[in-house]
Design a protein around this ligand. Structure first.
Ligand code: PLP
Length: 394
């Protein structure tokens, strides 16, 4: 089959591919421990499930919804943002999307023309560059130095800026590194963006998963000028254990929001109506389950971090947020006779039956991503397997 050029240039998601490999091995009867996936292992809290069931029973879920999202959901998003970040967006500045992922996709589609450049800090979340390419934009990769906790500085951005720079993506808290930009760092980047008329895409999907007394600052909380320069991407997947429901949202300039609505209307029509009713309850109902899950992730981080840090040759700074570790394993690989991180990860799966994701999917060659969105026993067993693999190979 003659696939389009667009389809041919796409790279499949590295995280999904590794998870798939682990699943296939599991199906053959092998006891595989998977530390790959970016989703909470909790089921959706019961009050959210019940809201969905109610919308089915009373018939609301049977029908198409408005393409920009049901009114109560847009209202609930605006209220939650105001409560959490102190600024009230208007109804025409919010659009509901099929997960944060499709919100990003639609945003790139409406903002980018051929040759527009998008600055993407490396390591990056797997889908940014591919989505930019799908919109005919050009990804410009900028190293976010490990010595600076994988965060870019204004100087890094300025070195990458050209007259074609349209957007910069800031993902704080970060997948895959779990690092957080401080308010001061975000302000500096925001002012740089305003000065040079570069728009910011702030992917804040992990903003409620912050640990050990660290603090999250949203781009929303900075100056009016910075907020106007910014598109916020968020959703209910990670904080409310709702990855399967596919509800995200985009906030920002109303003309852009309207254009995303048009994309929705001509592609998906609307996000699943039942999911939207569930998301209303998530955002406006009791928030206690968010805190319960956050605490559980914090405990897991505090358990797994010292175990991973103690692995021979590994260097890692303690993450502050999200649910990933991104250790540098260059020295470990050398000890074990590897020079390619994907080969190292492949053998970890095949020989030690533990699945992690190669850093190559996130744009770096010396790292692996370990997800701790699973129970503590599995986490411990997984790290033990990595430790015995290293011991055997040394
Ligand atoms: N942004 C980041 C950084 C993510 O890690 C993910 C999911 O893995 C998403 C966006 C997409 O989330 P959603 O499930 O809402 O599409």
């Amino acid at each position: 089959m003659n696939l389009s050029q667009r389809a041919r240039q796409l790279t499949p998601s590295a995280t999904l591919a590794t998870a798939q490999k682990a699943m296939e091995l599991k199906k053959t009867g092998v006891d595989v421990i998977s530390l790959t996936l970016g989703q909470p292992d909790f089921v959706t809290p019961i009050n959210i499930q019940q809201a969905a069931i109610l919308s089915i029973e009373n018939g609301e879920a049977s029908f198409y919804a408005p393409s920009n999202g049901i009114y109560p959901l847009r209202q609930a998003i605006i209220d939650r943002i105001e409560t959490d970040h102190g600024y009230r967006y208007s109804l025409d500045e919010v659009v509901v999307s099929e997960g944060a992922k499709f919100g990003l996709y639609a945003l790139f589609q409406v903002l980018l023309d051929k040759e527009d450049e998008v600055i993407i800090p490396v390591p990056y979340w797997v889908s940014y560059a591919e989505q930019v390419k799908l919109a005919d934009g050009t990804p410009i990769f900028v190293e976010a130095k490990e010595t600076n906790q994988f965060k870019v500085t204004v100087e890094d951005l300025e070195n990458a800026r050209t007259d074609k720079t349209k957007l910069v993506i800031i993902n704080s808290p970060s997948n895959p590194t779990g690092m957080l930009y401080s308010k001061h760092e975000l302000e500096a980047i925001g002012n740089w963006a305003v000065k040079h008329n570069v728009f910011i895409v702030a992917d804040e999907i992990y903003g409620q998963l912050i640990y050990n007394g660290n603090e999250f600052t949203s781009m929303i909380e900075l100056s009016d000028a910075i907020r106007k320069q910014t598109f916020i991407i968020n959703g209910v997947s990670k904080s409310y254990a709702m990855t399967g429901w596919r509800i995200g949202y985009v906030l920002g300039d109303k003309e852009v929001i309207k254009a995303i609505n048009t994309i929705n209307s001509q592609s998906i029509s609307n996000c699943g109506t039942v999911s939207q009713y569930a998301a209303v309850e998530a955002l406006s109902g009791p928030q206690v389950s968010v805190e319960t899950m956050r605490k559980s992730f914090e405990e897991r981080l505090n358990t797994i971090y010292p175990l991973v840090e103690a692995l021979p040759g590994v260097s890692i700074e303690k993450p502050k947020s999200a649910f990933y570790l991104y250790p540098n394993v260059r020295q470990t690989m050398t000890l074990c006779g590897y020079d390619n991180v994907t080969a190292f990860v492949d053998d970890l799966l095949e020989e030690a039956h533990v699945a992690v994701v190669s850093g190559e999917g996130f744009g770096t060659k010396d790292h692996i991503r370990i997800s701790y969105a699973t129970n503590i026993e599995t986490i411990k067993k997984g790290v033990e397997r990595i430790a015995s693999f290293i011991e055997k190979k040394q």
